[in-house]
Design a binder for this molecule. Structure first.
Ligand code: CTP
Length: 410
């Protein structure tokens, strides 16, 4: 059998703060703690007061080889358990099991125990493994809490379906310790700075274009630029040289990325085609206006009594133009659809000569503009792969994984 270290190499030396809340699944936290320790992680445990009723601090202290933290201070000697330094210490805060009560408090910013205060001040990734009765899990309040937490970047290891402590059968049973350990291992593996794209150059377009009507008015769209910025950041993290051609957004440029600001679709066309000349590939994430005012008035248009009709002309399609001359280079496109999603995305794949299309449907909850999560499907010439709801950073990592394997084939 593979040893813990060989099976989960990215957990070696990681500092995991394991939060345990008052659920019958707390007994699984003992196995989880042992698996993390076997993989070489340093584990400290914070328990909520109720969690002590389900598993003893002595068990967890013995397994983690560290004293257990429950209170804000030690009643014997007054020593302060600083939630701020705990949050700073941790590479990851893992709350397993996470009860419906704790998830609701996390969402609401309630700070009535050491675990919750630590959560509120933690800057590291936070992972929760919910555990509860099936009706509590399915309840709109819990589902809304989980969606909001996911929107804020909390990672969720979904519960499994099976027999529950209540005797009922359904979804709510905490994921198995082995699954949670593997999840953390892959989380850290993705964060390791493997320079797999060293020497490669990529162009990424992101954000919304702005098409002026007159000196004070313009046509634009809802794109926040978050998805494209996350992709540019991930490409740079893996060693690629990245030119980010950015329309309007309020985001700061990611570290190590060269940003070229543009306004209109025409400006984006020129900046992107120029950068593509020296590139190994491009990711077309921008929401480019398909039409722009045929004439831009030099002075402010004054209103009249009647309606106004604006003449619009087609903009040039940047992706299609790169697709026509791409040769062996990698070209990734996006498709945002509201209906006939798969067929529309397939049509874009061949029309614009993309290597693959990242499809998001506005019909999926948690996908689309502004939010921090996305739910996408990859479509290429061999078929499609539907991914679950995840943060835009995780989606970016999966897109760059796919780019990486295409680059290795060329
Ligand atoms: N795109 C582009 N230049 C344009 C329009 C779109 O580079 N002028 C890119 C987008 O960045 C995206 C892909 O093409 O990667 C698909 O864009 P989308 O607007 O969804 O599709 P359209 O081709 O505009 O088709 P439709 O309006 O019919 O949905």
């Amino acid at each position: 059998m593979e040893s813990g270290r060989a099976a989960h190499p990215s957990l070696e030396g990681r500092r995991i703060l394991l939060g345990i809340t008052g659920s019958i699944a707390a007994y699984k936290a003992a196995v989880l703690c042992r698996l993390l320790k076997t993989a070489g992680a340093d584990v400290r445990v914070v328990m909520t007061p109720l969690a002590k009723q389900f598993i003893t601090p002595l068990t967890m202290a013995t397994l983690s080889k560290n004293p257990i933290l429950v209170e804000f201070f030690d009643p014997e000697n007054g020593a302060w358990n600083s939630h701020v330094s705990l949050g700073e210490w941790a590479d990851c805060l893992l709350i397993a099991p996470a009860t419906a009560n704790t998830l609701a408090k996390m969402r609401g910013g309630v700070a009535d125990n050491l675990l919750l205060t630590t959560y509120l001040s933690a800057r590291c990734p936070v992972v929760v493994a919910p555990a509860m009765d099936l009706d509590m899990y399915a309840h709109a309040a819990t589902q809304e809490n989980l969606r909001t937490l996911a929107d804020r970047g909390v990672k969720i290891v979904e519960p499994a379906a099976g027999e529950l402590a209540s005797g009922l059968v359904g979804k709510g049973r905490m994921a198995e310790p082995e699954e949670i350990t593997a999840y953390l291992d892959s989380l850290f593996a993705r964060r390791e700075k493997k320079k797999t794209l060293q020497g490669k150059r990529f162009v990424v377009t992101a954000g919304a274009t702005i098409e002026p009507i007159d000196p004070v008015r313009y046509i634009t769209n809802h794109s926040s630029g978050k998805m494209g910025y996350a992709i540019a950041e991930e490409l740079a993290r893996r060693g690629a040289e990245v030119v980010l051609v950015s329309g309007r957004t309020s985001l700061p440029a990611p570290a190590g990325v060269e940003r070229r600001d543009v306004l209109s679709a025409d400006e984006m066309f020129d900046a992107t085609t120029a950068a593509f000349d020296r590139a190994d590939g491009a990711v077309m994430c921008a929401a480019v206006a398909d039409y722009t005012p045929a004439e831009v008035s030099a002075t402010k248009l004054k209103k009249g009594d009647g309606d106004l009709t604006l003449a619009l002309r087609r903009t040039r399609d940047i992706a299609a133009s790169l697709g026509a001359c791409k040769g062996n280079r990698i070209l990734v496109g996006f498709a945002l659809e509201t209906d006939h999603e798969a067929a529309n995305a397939q049509a874009k794949l061949s029309k614009k000569n993309f290597d693959f299309v990242v499809l998001n449907s506005l019909r999926d909850a948690g996908a689309g503009f502004r939010g921090d999560t996305n739910k996408v499907t990859f479509i290429d010439r061999s078929g499609s792969e539907e991914l679950p709801l995840m943060t835009k950073h995780d989606v970016a990592a999966r897109i760059v994984d796919k780019i990486e394997s295409l680059a290795a084939e060329r």
